[in-house]
Design a protein around this ligand. Structure first.
Ligand code: CUA
Length: 328
């Protein structure tokens, strides 16, 4: 009964003990070293307790008559000082050195000259904004990086403190207002890695997930080029109507769609919304039906988020869906 409950937290693509980069591997190793030493200490102390209990009736181990002088059978002072003070100090010092010197150093912010590219991660209540300096690409909740490439991730926030954490790739890094914190983002294998906000940041802290798509260098370049381009023009009458609703209604005051007059900065950039796989902080899949449900009742999925219900009619929602669904 207990085991399935414990195992339910393991696996998936968000496992700090399944590292896919050098820093993440070092962190996982540190965990195992700490774990092994802790269990070793626990076993030693338990063993001594059992030993003392088994020999409780003998002299010199606590069961003897205190009036009976047998100095030669009592543990020597150096056993008490050595086992109780010196040995634990040595173990704790060794762990401190391993943790601080060996691990903290390798997970430090990367030297500016050692990275091939930069990605800005900006925390919002409650989504992640990703920018690629030197290009016009802006995306939300889903970032792409090339495999085997040292990426300089610069984390900051538009509102409160969040924490960027992709467990399989590196440690956490807090996003502090007015400050830029850096971390190395590196992945040794193509795949999708899930991350989360790791600092309580308000009502929907738990729904502030992100996905890191690690692609081959060629695929990443193609993706970045598409994301840098302005939004696709609507191709059907329905989509054109959706665009008009978006640009003349309230949508454009909060969202940006590059290539149009929509320049809002409250909600995520929607220029290439349809190229993403999820919506709302990796809460729901990015399909037409979920998109429509999100527009109509986003508070159902993420209570407390900033998008109000605009009481749109069914045909308006359909037109918006046709327009946004075409923004690939
Ligand atoms: Cu953002 Cu927790």
């Amino acid at each position: 009964m207990l085991l399935p409950c414990l195992l339910a937290g393991c696996g998936g693509t968000q496992n700090a003990l399944n590292p896919h980069s050098h820093p993440a591997a070092d962190i996982a190793n540190l965990f195992w070293v700490m774990m092994a030493v802790s269990f070793g200490g626990l076993a030693l102390i338990t063993g001594l307790l059992v030993f003392a209990w088994v020999r409780r009736g003998r002299r010199g181990f606590g069961g003897a008559d205190p009036a009976d002088p047998h100095p030669g059978e009592k543990p020597a002072w150096f056993v008490v000082v050595g086992g109780g003070v010196v040995f634990p100090l040595m173990v704790v010092t060794a762990l401190f050195i391993v943790g601080n010197w060996a691990i903290l150093n390798v997970t430090q912010a990367p030297a500016a000259s050692s990275t091939a590219m930069t990605v800005d991660a900006i925390g919002h209540q409650w989504y992640w904004e990703f920018r690629y300096p030197g290009t016009k690409a802006v995306t939300a909740d889903e970032m792409h990086i090339p495999v085997g490439t040292r990426v300089n991730l610069v984390a900051t926030t538009a509102d409160v403190i969040h924490s960027f954490w992709v467990p399989e790739l590196n440690r956490k890094i807090d996003t502090i207002p007015g400050q830029q914190n850096r971390i190395l983002l590196y992945a040794n294998k193509v795949g999708v890695y899930r991350g989360d906000c790791a600092e309580f940041c308000g009502l929907q802290h738990a729904h502030m997930g992100m996905l890191v798509f690690v692609q081959s260098k060629a695929q990443f370049q193609a993706w970045l080029q598409r994301q840098s381009a302005p939004a696709a023009k609507p191709t059907t009458a329905l989509a054109l109507r959706g665009q008009q609703i978006f640009l003349t209604g309230a949508c454009s005051s909060c969202h940006a769609i590059r290539g149009t007059t929509a320049r809002g900065y409250v909600g995520p950039d929607l220029t290439h919304l349809a190229s993403r796989t999820t919506l709302a902080g990796v809460t729901i899949p990015d399909t037409r039906s979920y998109l429509a449900r999100w527009i109509v009742d986003s508070q159902h999925f993420k209570p407390g988020n900033e998008m109000p219900d605009f009481h749109l009619t069914g045909s308006q929602v359909k037109a918006l869906g046709a327009y946004l669904g075409g923004l690939r």
